[in-house]
Ligand binder design. Structure first.
Ligand SMILES: [Fe+2]
Length: 468
């Protein structure tokens, strides 16, 4: 090694100081060293993709919320050989004598040279809150039984725990992420899924058989707790050269959501209330400019949120508005320009996104002062602004993104390129705890965490006391 000799002159010293200052300006870039080899999709004969036994047995069973308040559940499943029955039989754990039935609907779809199985969707309404239910799908000798627990009634101090998973795919890493979520001692009760499900579109002709394997892989969790769906770019499946020019075709046929309950006109954006949370799902890949259906819906939706009923306002989208990785850098910028001022005005607590295959947490910042001529176009600290979490680290076949913009911008509080999942644990109206769990650690380890104070209730606290 060559020995460096000589003395630094004053210009050199200043330069060094600037470099140090620049590096110190941002948050933490974790130095964790991981194996970032690409992981392939699990082979078709993997046990996680096994077809359940029995002729025409229901498979790919999954549930999501089926109404606006949490008393409804949509049950979806596929029968491969013939239509079978679209009926769901269900009963409360504490009342096994009273078995109820709900009638669902049936559909199939074609995608290039693929024809789907028989896809059933059945909405169960008017369930009791905070109750364990068993349900059964199938017919004759090939029925299958599952269970779910409805959330407590909507209210400001209802504790509730959400899991966060994004960009999952179906690799060995995906399987690790799901296992770590399942075995996390802080038990998630509902998954907020931030888009990019199966990655079937990475196969020739968007081989939709990989949608089926993904449905069988995730059944072990999604049949027992609701997954709240957000559409990502891997759901678009827009290939006009194959004759497939209707965007989101496989996704919208397979994954129903209760969009009409929030007066949305599209399953790609909608809202639900669950316990003490109000969750707004947006579509990064549908028009969101002024006068568009999504814009008009969100404009009406945000003022409807009653924070004395649901203090925690959460927004889900696929493409992050703040992202300091090199990959997908600034892709969320046009949506940020459109909607960030609303998120600040309505004091959104937290925004979860995926897309970038890594983890990142922001400071509370906003960048809404710019008006073309004033030059005010940098993020500034803003206590009315949400925390932005990128959690696109589910572990798909495209691998991690490790390249970051340097130096770390001051708005970025913590970033690390590892696969994992998140937990958003609401304690009461004022406090929630967010934690991020990387797959290489033990199930209880928090690789990053943050206490959140509710933005609405905090702002009330800060108001001066009224004088009598
Ligand atoms: Fe994506």
């Amino acid at each position: 090694m060559r020995k460096v000799t000589g003395r630094l002159n004053s210009a050199g010293l200043v330069r060094m100081l600037l470099v140090v200052l620049e590096v110190c300006e941002g948050g933490i870039t974790s130095s964790y060293v991981r194996n970032d080899d690409l992981s392939l999709d699990m082979p078709l004969d993997s046990d996680v993709f096994q077809v359940p036994p029995g002729y025409n047995a229901p498979q790919q069973v999954h549930i999501t919320q089926g109404d606006h308040e949490g008393r409804g559940v949509i049950v979806s499943w596929v029968t491969p050989e013939e239509p079978g029955s679209s009926t769901v039989l269900y009963w409360a754990e504490n009342n096994t004598n009273l078995k109820n039935q709900a009638q669902g609907t049936l559909l199939t779809y074609h995608y290039f040279n693929y024809t789907s199985g028989y896809i059933h969707h059945c909405t169960i309404h008017n369930l009791e809150f905070d109750t364990k239910y068993y349900y059964e799908v199938g017919i004759g000798n090939t029925t299958r039984q599952f269970w779910f627990t409805t959330p407590p009634g909507v209210g400001p101090d209802v504790a509730y725990t959400f899991g966060l998973i994004g960009d999952l795919g179906q690799t060995h890493d995906s399987n690790r992420t799901l296992t770590h979520y399942e075995l996390n001692p802080t038990k998630g009760q509902t998954v907020l899924f931030v888009g990019d499900l199966s990655y079937a579109d990475d196969y020739p002709f968007h081989d939709n058989n990989r949608w089926d394997t993904w449905g069988r892989f995730t059944e072990r969790n999604a049949a027992y707790q609701p997954w709240i769906w957000t559409a990502g770019n891997h759901e678009i499946d827009f290939v006009p050269e194959l004759g497939e020019s209707k965007p989101f075709k496989p996704y919208t046929n397979r994954y129903f959501v209760p969009y009409e309950a929030s007066h949305s006109t599209s399953p790609l954006w909608y809202s639900i209330k669950r316990a003490s949370a109000y969750i707004i799902v947006l579509s990064s890949y549908s028009a969101y400019g002024k006068y568009t259906p999504q814009y008009k819906w969100l404009e009406k939706e945000l003022p409807k949120v009653n924070r004395t009923e649901t203090p925690w306002l959460i927004v889900l989208m696929h493409s992050p508005l703040y992202n300091s990785y090199a990959h997908h850098y600034m892709e969320g910028e046009s949506m940020r320009v459109m909607y960030e001022q609303w998120f600040v005005k309505y004091k959104v607590d937290i925004i979860f996104a995926g897309h970038v295959h890594a983890y990142e947490r922001s400071e509370r910042i906003s960048n809404i002062a710019y008006n073309i001529v004033n030059g005010l176009c940098s993020p500034v600290s803003d206590q009315s602004a949400p925390v932005y979490i990128t959690i696109g680290d589910g572990g798909n076949l495209e691998g991690l993104v490790t390249e970051m913009t340097e130096p770390q911008p001051s708005y970025s509080a913590f970033r690390e390129a590892s696969f994992g999942h998140g937990i958003f644990d609401i304690k009461n109206r004022s406090h929630a705890f967010f934690s991020w769990h990387r797959n290489q650690d033990g199930y209880a380890v928090e690789a990053d965490s943050l206490w959140l104070k509710n933005r609405y209730w905090k702002s009330l606290e800060e108001q001066p006391l009224a004088t009598i």
